[in-house]
Write a protein that binds this ligand. Sequence first.
Ligand code: ATP
Ligand code: MG
Length: 256
Amino acid sequence: MNATPLLQTVGLRKSYGHNLILDGVDFAIAPGQVKAVLGPSGSGKSTMLRLMSLLEQADEGSILLHGREIGVETGRGGNRAPMPERRLARQRADIGMVFQRFNLFAHLDVLHNVMLGLTAVRGLSRSEAAERARSMLERVGMAGHVRHYPSELSGGQQQRVAIARALVLEPSVMLFDEPTSALDPELVNEVLSVMEDLAAQGMTMVVVTHETRFARRVAHEVALFDSGGIVEQAAPEQFFTQPAHERTRAFLSHIH
Ligand SMILES: Nc1ncnc2c1ncn2[C@@H]1O[C@H](COP(=O)(O)OP(=O)(O)OP(=O)(O)O)[C@@H](O)[C@H]1O
Ligand SMILES: [Mg+2]
């Protein structure tokens, strides 16, 4: 992979109190690629995604989008400072994030959940925002639910709205944090199929997931994340059938 990675982390470190969670994570994803990230609970996968999507700040290391560092400003003397909230919000909108628990606004209907970023962050008019939101909701099969509130929807429907909400901002990359693990089994496929369509359209995607069948079918590369870093990554066939590391073999033997 010679092209500049679309999204990259270099030496990302993060501790909570005395617990070192990320121990210098180097991660890269090329444009148009889908990377599935597997790994045991508590290993730091969500933390890595939260840092990459600028929801939290790393203690050390950097995050590059299209080869340019994001989330910090470098002053004249080369000193680094956190970015003002408005600029941070604009950079965040370029990195779509989908959470395990949807995180929709309960007091807004579906249409307004999807419109909000367009008016608040992108500065679009309400009518323009509504039009784009409707067309994105159509794309995820939710056009018939624009006036419903999150509590009136199934988990699978809520997750598709959450995907539309991220996509409508036209992000460069989409990060998914176990997007189907809070869903009843019969609702998993409707979400995975939206994600698969997105991948087929060339979206760059990082997907933390336990869905090994999805990883095998859709991902270009699969990574094992454990104890605060990436242990191994490889093309799906190799990863699942001939992993190089003992830890990967042990992990796979537990989930199969
Ligand atoms: N805000 C926080 N404050 C303190 N500790 C935290 C915080 N967020 C995460 N942790 C701790 O960091 C570690 C990694 O958590 P993280 O949620 O990133 O793991 P994960 O790999 O996503 O796990 P899971 O598969 O269960 O989602 C855990 O030990 C967790 O308790
Ligand atoms: Mg997690």
